[in-house]
Write a protein that binds this ligand. Structure first.
Ligand SMILES: Nc1ncnc2c1ncn2[C@@H]1O[C@H](COP(=O)(O)OP(=O)(O)O)[C@@H](O)[C@H]1O
Ligand SMILES: O=c1ccn([C@@H]2O[C@H](COP(=O)(O)OP(=O)(O)O)[C@@H](O)[C@H]2O)c(=O)[nH]1
Ligand SMILES: [Mg+2]
Length: 212
């Protein structure tokens, strides 16, 4: 019974004010994946500046949800502190809303999908397939160094949580990259280099988007 009642709600959540479905809008969505500290947020800011994408960081949306005092806030806060993946429905609802509010037709979705369940649920609910997956490859040694120097006051940038996040990344997020790799959709970047060098490589991938 729950699924019968919930179905229209899901469909509504996917419509903008004019009743258009997200999936009807011919959106360009790029998933930006890579381990914690690989430079996803840093490079997304560069891409936004040069290629007119709107940047949606799933982690930022979840942290904003905690701050907003939502009923899910405490649950999200506890999961982030433990480096665990927040239930798909929570993250997807935030992403859908941000896309509908975004007023753009091209989005970088940073740090999502983090596991196969995230991926399948997003596809099922939004009917959106990513154009491609930008994957930042970086050693754990380098990522650990970056995270311990990030200085953004994040509750999860401590060595204990960082180790848990690395484990979750290998066990749950790498299979998502493998899923898209098997479909020829992964664009892999060596992210262990200085920011400018990484962006040079990113530019090579985004050049088709530079004209409009
Ligand atoms: N290529 C790079 N070389 C050195 N430091 C970097 C590089 N890219 C990002 N950083 C720094 O590393 C930290 C993590 O970067 P961030 O973009 O937040 O990564 P992510 O979003 O993947 O966790 C930040 O302090 C950032 O300034
Ligand atoms: O789709 C997502 C994105 C993030 N997170 C949680 O938010 C944390 C921080 O994610 P973020 O992408 O901000 O971290 P980063 O990879 O940039 O260090 C993760 O460890 C997870 O606990 C999540 O559950 N689902
Ligand atoms: Mg980030």
């Amino acid at each position: 019974m729950g699924s019968v009642i919930d179905a229209p709600k899901v469909a509504d959540a996917n419509k903008d004010a004019d009743g258009n479905l997200l999936s009807d809008k011919k959106l360009t969505v790029v998933f930006v994946l890579g381990g914690p500290g690989s430079g996803k947020g840093t490079q997304c800011a560069n891409i936004v500046e040069h290629y007119g994408f709107t940047h949606l960081s799933a982690g930022d949306l979840l942290r904003a949800e905690i701050k907003s005092g939502s009923e899910n806030g405490t649950m999200i806060e506890n999961m982030i502190k433990e480096g665990k993946i927040v239930p798909s429905e929570v993250t997807i609802k935030l992403l859908q809303k941000a896309m509908l509010d975004g007023g753009n037709d091209r989005f970088l979705i940073d740090g999502f999908p983090r596991n196969e369940e995230n991926r399948a649920a997003f596809e099922n609910v939004t009917k959106i397939e990513p154009e491609f997956v930008l994957f930042f490859e970086c050693s754990e040694e380098e990522m650990e160094r970056r995270l311990l120097n990030r200085n953004q006051g994040r509750a999860d940038d401590n060595i204990e949580t960082i180790r848990k996040r690395f484990k979750v990344f290998v066990e749950s997020s790498i299979p998502v990259v493998e899923h898209y790799d098997a479909r020829g959709k992964v664009r892999k970047i060596d992210a262990g280099r200085p920011v400018e060098e990484v962006f040079e490589a990113v530019k090579g991938i985004f050049s088709p988007f530079s004209s409009n």
